[in-house]
Design a protein around this ligand. Structure first.
Ligand code: SF4
Length: 232
């Protein structure tokens, strides 16, 4: 096992033990205690959600935060809720995921060429982390991106993820000219550090149920990411 694989695994272990945001930790614990009726017989994860994927990834999918009854329940990004039910079939078709169905962290899913994480790693009330909570969580992303040494493309799922990536770039001393970087679906930017950012609407039910984000739209984003990453 390579050094970066071990370091990413150790980082995930640290993330899972993080308690920096009292509001988020207590929310996740409470959601895990009460549970949704449909999952009442399940034990919720209820902790910060570790990242998931291929340590050799050239593409990073950057989301917003775990869903209360999705990854806060299952312990794996985008697993077990409507967002994941929309995203993983697309990842499978684009060649990044070994299977279209993501139901639990033990379902056998493997990612190839892709790493998935988010700008906040605990489920926030109303899916809205505060600016302070996003700042608390930012060092995890900084450390993680430094360990993903083959990274070329970042797919930002939603505006807050895009802002999180740009804030990361500023923290590492490669600030981008914000006024030139407009969030839009399928916009593409080469950042000063050399990474390519592709922006996408988030696959939330709010976007997918209304048709704001369709499966062909999201598939095109990940197919483009694959092409730009140099792995076809
Ligand atoms: S959101 Fe991030 S910084 Fe805050 S408690 Fe969770 S893992 Fe820690």
């Amino acid at each position: 096992m390579g050094q970066s694989t071990l370091a990413l695994r150790a980082l995930n272990d640290e993330v899972v033990a993080c308690n920096l945001c009292a509001r988020l930790r207590s929310h996740c614990t409470e959601v895990a205690r009460v549970r949704r009726r449909a999952y009442i017989d399940q034990e919720y994860w209820g902790r910060p959600v570790p990242s998931f994927g291929d340590p050799e990834a050239r593409v990073l999918a950057l989301g917003l935060a775990p869903g209360a009854h999705g990854s806060n329940r299952t312990g794996r990004p985008f697993t077990g809720d409507g967002s994941g039910d929309f995203l993983y079939p697309v990842l499978h078709e684009a060649g990044f995921a070994s299977q279209p169905s993501a139901t639990s962290r033990n379902d056998g899913m493997k990612l190839n060429g892709l790493w998935i994480t988010s700008v906040a790693r605990c489920a926030p009330p109303g899916n809205k982390p505060t600016p302070e909570e996003l700042r608390n969580c930012a060092p995890w992303l900084d450390r993680e991106m430094s360990l993903l040494q083959k990274l070329r493309v970042v797919v930002c799922l939603g505006r807050i993820a895009f802002d999180g990536l740009l804030a990361h770039e500023a923290r590492i001393g490669k600030p981008a000219a914000r006024s030139e970087l407009v969030f839009a679906h399928a916009a593409e930017y080469t950042l000063p550090c050399g990474l390519i950012a592709i922006t996408s609407y988030h696959p939330s039910l709010q976007n997918t149920n209304t048709g704001k984000l369709t499966r062909p739209m999201l598939l095109a984003v990940f197919q483009r990411a694959r092409a730009l990453s140099g792995v076809c």
